[in-house]
Write a protein that binds this ligand. Structure first.
Ligand code: NOJ
Ligand code: NOJ
Length: 463
């Protein structure tokens, strides 16, 4: 049975996630600001600065910065973010030595593009970096640090010498081109990449406007609209879920298109989004009916696939993997995929965020598309009809919000069931035993944890 109050173990897992995450930021011997995906240097070698992974880590550091009570802690987090900025500017320059340019997905800790064969380009990296740094820019502007923002983050010049504008120029000129997916395996147009590119452009336009770069703001918005039209094509009404990749090319052959990255994308990259000035403008907010349908379909697929999700052992929430056809076990790609802690944690964020959104809107609407999602909620009496509207004040509305939060906690509890005794988490959890496997101490796990705990209101009392 579930413990009554999840607070205690969540705080403990959170505190250890914070400590372990910081070990992967600017590790000894690296250029300051480099963030390794994992400390593992062999089998697998993840000792690189992946642009995507690092972007998510910086989002978590920004969240720590914003919630830190002690001035010393705030100074430390700010200086980590500034190092990250300088490192990012550096690799934006060295990326010219990669055939993928700014689409190069990974860099050495010395700031050189990875030179071996790889699935490149990947366009989500610059988009994620731009999103997280744009949020940082807004926070710093609100704190009156305008000079710092103009110097390092957004300079309103062309050619630009600032990180965000470099990324926005890249995204706004390259989003039409296919690239590799966030799992670095298939070529095509990806919902994850496209939604994040769109988010980067919309938020970037807001920043450009605030910094008197009106022409650029217009251009980024124009591109974001065109990109929004492409996103609509990812809906598959027959299967009732959003499809991760369109125009797919290459290995591994046919996929259902069911993929947890679609849900992660709606979080804005594991986002809390509280700090986002333009919240609400996404065409795919967490409560959009197609997103809800996709979340239900993803859960259903993994529930049936992984032994640790056996419903006869309902210890906790569902362990979530990348996509059902996955064959990467953390060491080799001709095996069988597993659930991932970072994705299971991201589902917790998704549920917390959804609860918060319904509360803010004071209503939840049922449709024939999102019905499967509501039917899966842990409720005694879950009889819902399409067309129904649950309004705040109606006890069923309260029950739904409560069920969403409990389900969010359950995903964290699932990870807690399989966590190592020292609080560490690897890239994957074995599908039969739940044991940690693949790259140890994956930065993304810890970043996702910090963001989910924040989203779920599970804040530590100190720091
Ligand atoms: C193959 C995996 O499927 C891919 O996602 C991963 O990034 C690379 N190997 C690196 O280990
Ligand atoms: C494989 C994952 O599929 C990819 O998303 C990630 O960037 C790398 N590993 C590094 O963590």
């Amino acid at each position: 049975m579930r413990a009554k109050s999840p607070q205690r173990w969540i705080h403990q897992d959170l505190e250890r996630a914070r400590e372990l995450l910081l070990k992967n930021v600017s590790p000894p011997g690296a250029i300051p600001g480099a963030i390794v995906a994992s400390p593992s240097r062999s089998n697998p070698d993840y000792y690189f600065h992946w642009v995507r992974d690092a972007g998510i880590v910086v989002k978590a550091i920004l969240s720590l910065y914003q919630s830190a009570a002690q001035p010393a802690a705030r100074r430390r987090y700010l200086s980590l973010m500034i190092d990250f900025l300088d490192f990012s500017r550096h690799i934006q320059r060295t990326a010219a030595r990669s055939p993928a340019g700014l689409g190069e997905p990974k860099f050495t800790i010395d700031g050189e593009p990875y030179s071996g064969p790889w699935g490149r380009p990947q366009h989500d990296g610059p988009a994620i970096r731009a999103i997280e740094l744009t949020r940082l820019a807004f926070v710093l502007l609100d704190e009156g640090k305008r000079e710092l923002v103009r110097e390092k983050l957004y300079d309103a010049k062309l050619p630009t010498d600032s990180v965000i504008k470099t990324d926005l120029e890249y995204v706004s000129h390259h989003w039409r081109e296919p690239c590799f997916d966030p799992w670095e395996e298939v070529w095509g147009h990806h919902f994850f990449t496209r939604l994040l590119e769109r988010t980067a452009l919309v938020e970037g336009a807001a920043l450009a406007a605030r910094l008197e770069d009106a022409g650029a703001a217009r251009w980024y918005l124009e591109q974001s609209r065109a990109l929004g039209d492409e996103l609509l094509l990812h809906w598959d009404p027959g299967r009732n879920h959003l499809v991760a990749t369109r125009d797919q090319d290459g290995w591994p052959s046919p996929r259902s298109g069911l993929d947890s990255s679609v849900i992660v994308a709606t979080l804005g990259g594991y986002a809390t989004e509280k700090d986002l000035p333009l919240e609400g403008v996404s065409p795919y907010p967490v409560d959009q009916e197609q997103v809800l349908a996709t979340a239900a379909a993803v859960e259903r697929a993994f529930e049936a696939m992984y032994l640790i999700n056996d419903p006869s052992m309902p210890i906790a929430g569902i362990a979530i993997g990348r996509y059902p056809e996955d064959r990467y076990d953390g060491y080799r790609t001709d095996s069988l995929g597993n659930p991932w802690p970072s994705l299971t944690i991201a589902f917790a964020s998704y549920y917390y965020k959804l609860a918060e959104r319904y509360l803010r809107q004071e209503r939840a609407v049922l449709t024939s598309t999102n019905l499967p999602f509501f039917q899966r909620l842990p409720l005694e009496d879950a009889r819902f009809r399409p067309g129904e509207e649950l309004l705040r004040g109606d006890p069923r509305f309260g029950d739904v919000v409560d069920a969403l939060r409990r389900k969010g906690d359950a995903f964290l509890e699932r990870v807690h069931q399989h966590i190592n005794p020292d609080g560490s988490l690897s890239e994957q959890m074995n599908r039969y035993t739940g044991c940690q496997q693949g790259a140890p101490d994956l930065s993304m796990n810890y970043a996702a944890y910090i963001l989910a705990a924040e989203m779920g209101g599970h804040r530590p009392s100190s720091r």
